[in-house]
Ligand binder design. Structure first.
Ligand code: ARG
Length: 457
């Protein structure tokens, strides 16, 4: 088929080269943005008297019609087209005749594709932002239910100090709030219009780039045409944001997988978010969490792919840049789905408070509080730390926990021990004395929830 760009060349491209060159199977998802961009372009051309008012109306009406038909399925994307830009222009010209050929005045596919991608990704950022906010709120809801549920807090995956489960969940809410912030920050730099940079050098027509950018809702325009067509920082930034987001979801996945095991037994996921085994009838696997953990690697790969694709490119546009799309689309799809799956998984999971409590009662996680008890009675912390360690060793040798070791055994270590020591090492007292800002006390958990809800409202 004769190419719209067949100018210098006379010979036909090979079928295989056409297939290799074509991006329609992945860039057709930007059809809405492509058409929206073209409508604004036609309006700008008329506004600047580069085309007639009535020509612009014909173009805009036909473009609206193409959009409606693509939405309804009346018009089907032609997989043989080279890309979405060519496809829309071909359909337009078929529908309105020669005036369709005027649309591409003072424009190139180089600025057009950069425009479409920015518009499309800003929309995806909004969707991911929405899903993340819903997820943060479901974490807050679970955290509120478990503002007093005690479990061991861990370091090195060893039981360390008692915390409440709500506090643990809110740590993830904080990570996701940063993710939301990062995405919106990236969006600021995405929100710059490249249209009108044309192929690379700008144009001889008296265009109004700011007018066109305003029609499309952009904050500003790219100030250098070479940069405007070849900047893909926003793709890399978005991929970096999504990689960090997936890293957070993957860490939570790992915990969910551990908590669901018989070894921990801290939670049970709803049947809706687990799978069984084809051979072992007793199994209930946390496949959704495992998939999120696994897909995180793919998103990192998408980031590396984009950085590597860009690193050797001379200015301005190079066809390598067509490779910017599949990775970032994949990363957006993956992150959005993962966030949505998490909303369901978190809001329906059953928390086994008794098992958490039982775990908290083993492992001497109140040993720090025992040392603090002595310190508050005047002993230097290092000495108190030493004595508390010796008491733990004694308990392990003789089968006690700190709560059951008799007072006289304590007093053999230090005269400072009195019967109030048992109140000091009571687990919920240990938790609720941690009133320092951002600590695990129920009061602090309540404050965190209130702050998050207020931020998101
Ligand atoms: N399909 C191309 C892409 O995604 C559109 C831009 C093509 N420009 C060009 N000069 N070949 O990058």
């Amino acid at each position: 088929m004769a190419k719209m760009w067949a100018g210098r060349t006379a010979g036909d491209t090979s079928k295989l080269a056409d297939l290799f060159n074509s991006s329609i199977r992945f860039d057709s998802r930007m059809y809405r943005e492509d058409i929206t961009g073209s409508i604004a372009h036609a309006k700008m051309l008329a506004h600047q008297r580069i085309i007639e008012e009535h020509e612009a109306s014909t173009l805009c009406d036909a473009l609206e019609g193409i959009l409606t038909d693509l939405d309804s399925g009346a018009l089907v994307i032609d997989e043989n087209a080279e890309d979405i830009h060519m496809f829309v222009e071909e359909v337009l010209t078929a529908r309105v005749g020669d005036v369709g050929k005027k649309l591409h005045t003072a424009r190139s596919r180089n600025d057009q594709v950069a425009l479409d991608l920015r518009l499309y990704l800003m929309h995806r950022v909004d969707e991911i932002d929405d899903a993340l906010k819903t997820l943060v709120l479901s974490l807050c809801d679970q955290a509120e239910k478990h503002r007093e549920t005690i479990l061991p807090g861990y370091t090195h995956l060893q039981r360390a100090q008692p915390i409440v489960f709500g506090h643990h969940l809110l740590a993830y809410a904080m990570m996701l709030l940063r993710d939301i912030d990062r995405l919106n920050d990236t969006k600021k730099r995405m929100n710059i219009s490249p249209i009108g940079c044309c192929a690379l050098a700008g144009t001889t027509y008296d265009t109004d780039r700011r007018y066109e950018a305003t029609l499309l809702g952009f904050d500003d325009i790219a100030l250098n045409s070479l940069d405007g067509v070849s900047d893909r920082d926003f793709v890399v930034e978005l991929l970096a944001d999504l990689s960090i987001l997936m890293m957070h979801l993957s860490r939570l996945s790992e915990e969910i997988i551990l908590w669901s095991s018989w070894e921990f037994g801290f939670i049970e996921l709803d049947d809706a978010y687990t799978t069984g085994s084809s051979i072992m009838p007793q199994k209930k696997n946390s496949d959704m969490a495992e998939l999120v953990r696994g897909k995180t690697g793919r998103v990192y790969g998408d980031l590396m792919g984009a950085l590597t694709m860009l690193k050797g490119l001379p200015l301005a546009y190079n066809k390598d840049m067509q490779e910017d799309k599949e990775g970032v689309f994949d990363a957006c799809d993956t992150a959005l789905l993962s966030a949505k799956i998490f909303v369901g998984m978190i809001s329906t999971m059953k928390v086994k408070e008794e098992n958490m409590k039982a775990a908290a009662q083993r492992g001497f996680i109140n040993a720090t509080d025992l040392a603090d008890y002595l310190t508050k009675k005047g002993m230097p912390f290092r000495s108190a730390y030493k004595i508390s360690g010796e008491i733990v060793a004694l308990c392990i040798r003789e089968g006690y926990v700190l709560e059951t070791l008799p007072l006289e055994r304590y007093r053999a270590f230090s005269e400072l021990f009195e019967s109030d020591l048992y109140d000091a090492i009571d687990l919920s007292a240990c938790v609720n004395r941690r009133t320092s800002a951002g600590g695990t006390s129920t009061r602090s958990v309540d404050q965190q929830i209130a702050t998050i809800r207020e931020t998101l409202s």
